[in-house]
Design a protein around this ligand. Sequence first.
Ligand code: C2E
Ligand code: CA
Ligand code: CA
Ligand code: CA
Length: 277
Amino acid sequence: GKAVGTGTIQYLTHEMDEQFTRKLQLERSLFTALEDHSLHLAYQPIINLKTKQVDGFEALLRWNHTALGSIPPDEFIPLAEEAALITPINNWVVLEACEQLAKWQERISDDLTMAINISPHQFQSDSFVRTLHHVVGQKKINPRFVTLEMTENIAILQTQRTVERMQLIKSLGFRLSIDDFGTGYSSLQYLRAFPIDELKIDKVFIDGIDSGENGLLDSIIQLGRNLNLNLVAEGVETASALRYLEATACQQMQGFIFSEPLSVTEIEERFGPSTPE
Ligand code: C2E
Ligand code: CA
Ligand code: CA
Ligand code: CA
């Protein structure tokens, strides 16, 4: 029989070369991405399941690379993390999203909220805490309107340190949320120990509704209810999933059925005060 030929190996090498070149190119451009304004935030509306009103937005990082086009955050955030660029980028996200919230509270509604994604590394860094102090000190917004989202993976880090850091963030007035809940390293014990306000139920459990697998979803909702947490359903795409969620204890939802992440201009056109003709 024919084993893996040199052709295959050449092909694989070429493939790896291309991946490597792209990675290097991206990493190099990331160094200047903040200065050349190729990074920006998109905002996805968070909808109240009862009133169907927009309660607030989640800020989502976007990178428009001059040569390679739009790069998804799942690709460039790990790169930024490796290149130790993640800290300035992440701190910029916090400041930018809070600035935007202050404007929208004035222009759209004074009780709008903003959700911001925090990476595990960022969560542990002192510059992050300094950034939060800065936001509070500026007094443009009340931190109770700002929710910091982090994944369960932070729980892998030393639990005592994690709890203390969370308490510090809470003492500054910010809300805390566990993102992608149910998919990561999970333990019921940490949920009790963590001073969190909210669970964001991962899309996989929402998708389960339409395939008739809602057992896990129901348990998560029950758990969140017992712990008195705000529950947000993520990635809602179908009318049937929405209908199902409306009959549960979930308070909020996010998903393409209502809106994709939008630009600042799109948000203002859709939700801002109507301009006189
Ligand atoms: P995430 O925090 O779980 O964000 C939700 C992701 O699901 C977003 O992808 C959003 O566009 C997408 N999404 C929302 N509704 C739907 C839906 O109905 N259907 C489907 N298929 N997708 C939906 P995005 O913007 O590509 O972000 C991916 C991940 O990158 C985020 O997941 C988050 O972990 C990370 N990320 C994004 N922005 C930031 C940031 O500023 N800082 C950090 N540290 N991470 C970020
Ligand atoms: Ca999130
Ligand atoms: Ca999520
Ligand atoms: Ca995610």
